[in-house]
Design a binder for this molecule. Structure first.
Ligand code: ATP
Length: 375
C-alpha cells in the first residue's frame, strides 16, 4: 500500500511558516496535484513527503508506516524535478541506470529494468544517445525513466514540465497520464499551472499561504469552490467578484443587484456582507440569454476591450453607475469591471452600450469577511 498521509504538518523557517497545519491523505494509486501561487508552500509540503525537509510539527505516513524521521532513500519514493540534471558525459542507458548501479543490482536486472522503463516513456532506440543529442522533452523523459527504474511506491514530481515549451508541455501532460494509467503508482505532483492540475489529477489540493484550502476532484474545485481564494485561483480567466450587502431577497452590489433565487441560502440575514462571484462564461448578452432558466435582471454596461481567443472572445465590460450610486464612490473599488466570455459569432463591438445578465444558477456567494462559500 502506498497511501500517503500528512497529519497536522507544519514547517517553519525562522519567521516564515511555509506549511501551516496541513492534513491530507493521498490514496494508493491516486494522482494528486498540489497547486497554488508562488510561495504558497507546495514544494515544501512535498519535500516533507520526500524526506528532504523535516516538519517542525506533525507526522508523515507512507502506507502504514510513519516516515517522519526516515531518510529519503528509505521511503520508497522517487522524485522528478523541474531542473533535470542528466550526466552530460553518460548516454541515456547510463543516466537511467545510474541509481541502480549504486544499489548493486546485477547487469541483467539493470538492463531489464532500463529497457522496460525506456519502453514506458517511449525512448526505445535512444539508449545510446548522449543528453546533448536529445530534445527537452526527451531529456525530461529520461529523468522520468530514471525514477521508474527504481520501482517506487510513490512518485513525487515538482514542476517537471516547467522548463518545456507550451506545446511540449501539453504533450507531456498526456504522457504522464498514460504513465500513471500503466504503472498505477501513487503520484504527488506540484505545479502552479492550473491547466496541468485540472487535466491530469484525480484530485487537486489547493494551497495558499501554507494552508490547505480545498482538496477535491478538479471539477468540484471549479464548480463548488470552498472559498473565494479557490474560486479565484481555479478557472481561467478568473471569476468576477463584486462585494455586496444582503437586502430583502437581494444582494445589492455597487452596480447591480442579484436576487436570491435560491431560498436555500439560510445563513444570510439582511445586512450581511456577501461577495458575489460569477465566472466570465456565466455572463451573457441579455438578448441571447433566452437559453437561461434563471437569468438575473439586465445590467446596463458599456463594452471596453475585446480579446478574441479563437474559440471564445473575452469582453471587458465597464459597469455604469446606477442612479442611486453617486460618483463619489471609491474609484479604486474592484467591482466596476466585469469580464464576459462569449462565442465568436456574438455580435458585439468595443465601446457599445449593452445589457447583460448573469446566470443566477451559477452565481457563487461568499461571506465577505472570511471568504467562506455559502451553500
Ligand atoms: P514556487 O511555486 O514559487 O516554487 P512553492 O509554493 O513551492 O513556491 P515553497 O518553495 O514551498 O513554495 O516555499 C514556501 C515558503 O517558504 C516561501 O515563502 C519560501 O520563501 C519559504 N521557504 C522555502 N524554503 C525555505 C528555506 N529553505 N529557508 C527559508 N525559507 C524557505
Amino acid at each position: 500500500m502506498a497511501r500517503v498521509r500528512l497529519e497536522n504538518v507544519t514547517k517553519r523557517f525562522e519567521d516564515v511558516t511555509a506549511v501551516d497545519d496541513v492534513s491530507l491523505e493521498v490514496e494508493d494509486g491516486e494522482f494528486v496535484t498540489f497547486v497554488g501561487p508562488s510561495g504558497c508552500g507546495k514544494s515544501t509540503t512535498m519535500e516533507t513527503v520526500a524526506g528532504l525537509t523535516k516538519p517542525t510539527e506533525g507526522r508523515v505516513f507512507i502506507g502504514d508506516d510513519e516516515v517522519t524521521n526516515l531518510a529519503p532513500k528509505d521511503r520508497g519514493v522517487a522524485m522528478v524535478f523541474q531542473n533535470i540534471a542528466l550526466f552530460p558525459h553518460m548516454d541515456v542507458f547510463e543516466n537511467v541506470s545510474f541509481g541502480l548501479r549504486l544499489r548493486t543490482y546485477d547487469d541483467d536486472e539493470i538492463r531489464r529494468r532500463v529497457e522496460s522503463a525506456a519502453e514506458i516513456v517511449q525512448l526505445e532506440g535512444m539508449l545510446e544517445r548522449m543528453p546533448d543529442e536529445l530534445s527537452g522533452g526527451q531529456r525530461q523523459r529520461v529523468a522520468i525513466a530514471r525514477a521508474i527504474v527504481r520501482n517506487p511506491d510513490v512518485f513525487l514530481m515538482d514542476e517537471p514540465l516547467a522548463n518545456l515549451d507550451a506545446k511540449l508541455r501539453v504533450h507531456m501532460r498526456t504522457e504522464l497520464q498514460r504513465l500513471h494509467r500503466e504503472l498505477g503508482t501513487t503520484i504527488i505532483y506540484v505545479t502552479h499551472d492550473q491547466a496541468e492540475a485540472m487535466t491530469m489529477s484525480d484530485r487537486i489540493a489547493v494551497l495558499n499561504e501554507g494552508r490547505l484550502q480545498q482538496i477535491a476532484p478538479p471539477l468540484v474545485c471549479y464548480n463548488e469552490p470552498a472559498n473565494r481564494f479557490v474560486a479565484g485561483f481555479i478557472g481561467s480567466p478568473s471569476m468576477n467578484f463584486a462585494e455586496g450587502t444582503v437586502t430583502n431577497g437581494h444582494i445589492e452590489t455597487a452596480h447591480f443587484d442579484v436576487s436570491l433565487a435560491r431560498a436555500a441560502v439560510p445563513e444570510t440575514a439582511v445586512g450581511d456582507e456577501i461577495t458575489v462571484g460569477i465566472r466570465p462564461e456565466d455572463v451573457h448578452v441579455a438578448e441571447n440569454a433566452d437559453v437561461l432558466d434563471e437569468p438575473s435582471e439586465p445590467i446596463d454596461v458599456r463594452t471596453d476591450v475585446l480579446e478574441p481567443m479563437g474559440d471564445e472572445v473575452f469582453v471587458y465590460l465597464m459597469l455604469t453607475d446606477s442612479a442611486d450610486h453617486s460618483m463619489e464612490e471609491d474609484p479604486t473599488s474592484s467591482s466596476d469591471q466585469l469580464l464576459m466570455s462569449v462565442t465568436p459569432d456574438t455580435e458585439i463591438r468595443e465601446n457599445q452600450s449593452v445589457d447583460v445578465v448573469l446566470d443566477r444558477s451559477k452565481v457563487h456567494l461568499f461571506e465577505t469577511e472570511t471568504g467562506t462559500a455559502l451553500a
